[in-house]
Design a protein around this ligand. Structure first.
Ligand code: ATP
Length: 292
């Protein structure tokens, strides 16, 4: 389930900047209406530059009364670490990650970043330092330039091209007669699934956040494209604290740590080799996917 909404403040400023994008954003705002009402606390502080030391401390959460999706979950993530979350569908991997940018508020316990309860920080300063790459890339009708610059409004062409190059979108842009001025979306060039993913990655190189949440693409990409995207994501994750919501085990074998989430919470954690040797839940999942 996709619960990654973007900060409303940012969307509003994009609407003002890019009138051509309005129709697309309207649809997006309708979607945003379903987000719960989360705002800054009185006296909330602007977060300083974050290192990305993340702690989930005895965290509980449920979308409605009665049924808890997460119950007393604790997890520490070190600055710069890449942690992959695996487990059966519906176990709560996405939910856990969505608590970090405060798309939902914990109902018990707390989440801290660099020792500060995230509820004491302004939403804009917290979310401004968390980047997300999702399966469904949000594009709006407008130029490639505008769509990449959505990662950091006001970025100049040189920075945009550099981000595109690092996301391996550079060649695509060079081949287009109008380059960054190329219109995309309904009335322009239709981007392939892989190109959309690259565009999302380019946005994040531009945004340059210390914390990343990657919601791994499930399917729709061919193996070669997926491998190339994976390489770009690994490069993007370097030096950032990265949470990966993984749907397939093959792509996360090199993560610093793998956390297995199931109905009971965190079932086990360790490196790929450690978890395989343990012969527990991860081992089972691994066997099941190998057979599939
Ligand atoms: P998947 O691998 O399928 O993405 P997941 O482990 O990420 O699964 P979540 O998406 O976090 O699992 O979902 C955990 C539980 O919470 C599921 O039972 C799901 O139906 C429920 N859930 C998720 N999002 C919402 C929502 N916005 N409103 C109500 N329930 C939700």
């Amino acid at each position: 389930v996709n619960v990654f909404f973007r900060p409303i403040e940012k969307i509003n400023s994009v609407i003002e900047t890019y009138p051509k994008g309005v129709a697309g954003f309207r649809r997006y705002l309708d979607f945003l209406d379903t987000a719960p009402d989360i705002r800054d606390r009185p006296g909330a502080r602007v977060a300083p530059a974050l290192r990305g030391d993340i702690r989930f401390q005895d965290v509980s959460f449920g979308y409605g009364v009665g049924r808890e999706v997460l119950s007393h979950v604790s997890l520490d993530i070190r600055p710069g670490e890449t942690v992959a979350f695996v487990g059966p569908s519906g176990a709560g991997k996405t939910t856990l990650c969505s608590l970090l940018p405060r798309f939902y508020e914990v109902t018990g316990g707390r989440v801290t970043v660099d020792g500060q309860d995230i509820r004491d920080l302004t939403l804009a300063s917290l979310r401004g330092q968390i980047g997300t790459v999702q399966q469904d890339v949000f594009l709006f009708g407008g130029t490639l330039r505008e769509n990449i610059a959505y990662g950091r409004l006001g970025a100049g062409d040189a920075e945009i091209l550099e981000a595109a190059r690092r996301a391996r979108l550079g060649e695509v842009i060079e081949l287009l007669p109008q380059g960054l001025d190329t219109l995309i979306g309904e009335r322009g060039v239709k981007l392939s699934g892989g190109q959309k993913q690259r565009l999302a990655i380019a946005r994040m190189f531009l945004k340059n956040p210390p914390i990343l949440i990657l919601d791994e693409a499930t399917s729709a990409l061919d193996t070669a494209t997926e491998r190339a995207i994976q390489a770009s994501l690994t490069e993007l994750a370097r030096g950032r604290t990265t949470l990966v919501i993984a749907h397939r085990l093959a792509t996360i074998q090199n993560a610093d740590r793998i956390v297995v989430v199931d109905e009971s919470g965190i079932a086990e954690q360790g490196t790929h080799a450690e978890l395989l040797a343990r012969g527990g839940r991860y081992h089972q999942l691994h066997e099941a996917q190998a057979r599939a």
